[in-house]
Design a protein around this ligand. Structure first.
Ligand SMILES: C[S@@+](CC[C@H](N)C(=O)[O-])C[C@H]1O[C@@H](n2cnc3c(N)ncnc32)[C@H](O)[C@@H]1O
Ligand SMILES: [Zn+2]
Length: 270
């Protein structure tokens, strides 16, 4: 893994860091420990959110089953088309347990960085081979220097376009994925009127993306694939779309296939 100390900046004062033993110390002596697993927590005291450890563990199972492998392929192609630089810096904002951070562009030499507000997610992400740097941080104050990121992934995660504009290098692009109307349709049909939000068409996100970004490319990624009962179990537990539904009461034996339906936006921040 690359040492990314020179790319970081203190979330409190914006100062540069230097590394001292197992800590990062800024010019004003704000100090953050580097955990044994290699991640840094820039939001100590952050409370647990809706996204709990179990949700990220279920996400990891679903990713491991290959349900999102075609999405990774499409992202890899898009990065190949739009980012030519050698050793590009990739930032996965709201990376969760780090699947996309590690899986896109297999074999391509890149500096991969992922961060998430959830420390549980970042802990999971930092497990295994050290091919990316991970830290816990808030989108509102990304602890990175100005203009250092070539590819910014924003996958099913809120965006902060002011911060994205600040950290993106000249020519750097945002790749944003958001759900479309058919996304996990089989599960949402099963939950029926217990869903908080019956209809979802992604229209609000689309309008907002076009307000904030010059979109260079916009493509739908849509496919349906067979899933095992185990994967169906984890799918029901990995998605905020079923928030508020008691998934234990769903008869998941009805789920034998699942539809993935997303929009990929590639663009620069206005
Ligand atoms: C639906 S998950 C997607 C995670 C990952 N991109 C993926 O596709 O597996 C949304 C993520 O956004 C993170 N998140 C929400 N608000 C955030 C914020 N203000 N700063 C950083 N991450 C945030 C959550 O902790 C969660 O991991
Ligand atoms: Zn500082």
């Amino acid at each position: 893994m690359h040492d990314i100390t020179h790319l970081l900046r203190c979330p409190l004062c914006g100062g540069a860091f230097s590394r001292r033993d197992n800590s990062l110390v800024c010019e004003k002596r704000h100090t953050y420990d580097i955990a044994r697993q290699g991640y840094v927590n820039f939001v100590p005291g952050q409370k647990e959110m809706f996204y709990k450890k179990e949700l990220f563990e279920s996400r990891a199972k679903v990713f491991g089953a290959g349900v999102y492998a075609p999405v990774v392929e499409r992202l890899t192609e898009a990065i190949g088309r739009h980012v030519k630089a050698g050793n590009a810096v990739l930032l996965d904002a709201g990376c969760g347990e780090g699947y996309y951070t590690k899986a896109v562009c297999p074999g391509r030499e890149m500096t991969r960085i992922g961060f998430d507000l959830s420390k549980d997610a970042v802990k999971l992400a930092a497990k295994g081979p050290k091919m990316a740097a991970f830290f816990a941080a808030d989108l509102k104050r990304i602890p990175l220097q100005d203009h250092v990121v070539d590819i910014l992934l924003d996958i099913f995660t809120p965006a902060n376009y002011a911060e994205f504009a600040r950290v993106l290098a000249p020519g750097g692009v945002v790749m944003k994925l958001a759900p479309r109307s058919g996304y996990l349709g089989e599960l949402r049909a099963l939950a029926g009127d217990r869903l908080r939000r019956q209809e979802y068409d992604g229209g609000d996100v689309e309008r907002y993306v076009h307000e904030k970004m010059d979109v260079i490319e916009q493509t739908a990624i849509t496919y349906t694939l067979e899933v095992s009962q185990e994967t169906a179990y984890h799918l029901a537990r990995m998605t905020p779309m079923l928030a508020g539904v008691d998934v234990d009461t769903l008869d998941l034996s009805a789920i034998t296939q699942i539809t993935i339906d997303e929009t990929l936006y590639v663009g620069t921040v206005k």
